[in-house]
Write a protein that binds this ligand. Structure first.
Ligand SMILES: C[S@@+](CC[C@H](N)C(=O)[O-])C[C@H]1O[C@@H](n2cnc3c(N)ncnc32)[C@H](O)[C@@H]1O
Length: 271
């Protein structure tokens, strides 16, 4: 069974999805366009959360294409009405049979980071591509969140609570540094044209982006306390996230794309 730390049954989930959508969807859309996403493509969106990106992919491929969006717990996407070519599935990418094959594009954002079986899942995703099809994996590097403006005390507090949160993620089988490892992993499964683009921005106290830290720490507050963070520290941390004088770098989202080689690849030099 998955040990996903931030399971979607928690009330904080909707705030998390709101941040991810408003801070990262525009960048992700650009990366999907760079992979060539176009009308009539067949796409798989894995662990789609509130399905905001899948819905945008559906608009791009149009009724002649198809988007299958999956999630272990799709409750936050299920209330939206969708056109027939966008299909929402409850699906575990680790254990369930793949929902289809020969996709033009397979995309996952912030999903494999959480899965202890991420390398096996990577193989499954590659296996679901048509020859020449694109895999786009977008993941955080949670090890690069420099504080950009703060008192010395506030900076220490931020890193103390954040480090404890990363410890909980790692205990649950996540790899907080997975973002920096994705490109090598995708090269090792013999994808071609593998390249990456990274996005980050400053998150000021009180902004939409910085509230991701609030959602994440609130959801596991009990466990942070068990890990040694005091109630006073948690309360000061929450206050910090509303202070406009405090600025921290967002999580950098590393977007890696690569193509499954097609039968014709490598033929040019032979002729
Ligand atoms: C951090 S959220 C990211 C959501 C969305 N991809 C985004 O970037 O906005 C991770 C999502 O992966 C889903 N997930 C976790 N384990 C999964 C699994 N084994 N199979 C499918 N989805 C999974 C969660 O339910 C959650 O919706």
């Amino acid at each position: 069974m998955s040990r996903y730390l931030f399971d979607n049954s928690a009330v904080q989930t909707i705030d998390r999805f709101t941040v991810l959508e408003s801070c990262y969807d525009q960048f992700s859309r650009q990366q999907l366009a760079r992979a060539g996403l176009t009308a009539e493509w067949r796409c798989l969106e894995v662990g789609g959360g509130n399905a905001s990106l899948a819905d945008q992919m559906g608009e791009r491929v149009g009724p002649g294409g198809q988007v299958t969006v999956t999630d272990l717990d799709p409750r936050w996407a299920s209330s939206t009405r969708r056109p027939p070519h966008v299909r929402l599935l409850r699906h575990d990418i680790v254990h369930d049979p793949m929902p289809g094959q020969d996709y033009d594009l397979v995309h996952a954002r912030l999903v494999l980071l959480h899965l202890p079986e991420r390398l096996q899942v990577l193989q499954r995703l590659v296996g679901a591509l048509r020859p020449g099809g694109w895999l786009v994996l977008e993941e955080f590097d949670c090890g690069w969140t420099p504080v950009l403006a703060a008192s010395a005390e506030a900076e220490v507090l931020f890193h103390r609570v954040h480090t404890a949160l990363m410890g909980l993620l790692a205990e649950a089988g996540a790899d907080p540094l997975w973002g920096r490892r994705v490109l090598a992993a995708m090269m090792s499964v013999r994808l071609s044209d593998v390249t990456a683009t990274t996005y980050a921005e400053a998150w000021r106290g009180g902004s939409t982006g910085i509230s991701l830290h609030r959602s994440n720490t609130d959801q596991v507050a009990d466990r942070l306390t068990q890990a040694g963070i005091t109630d006073e520290e948690l309360s000061a941390f929450r206050h910090l996230l509303t202070d406009p004088a405090f600025v921290v770098n967002s999580y950098p989202l590393i977007s890696v794309r690569g193509r499954r080689p097609s039968e014709n690849d490598g033929q040019e030099g032979i002729r």
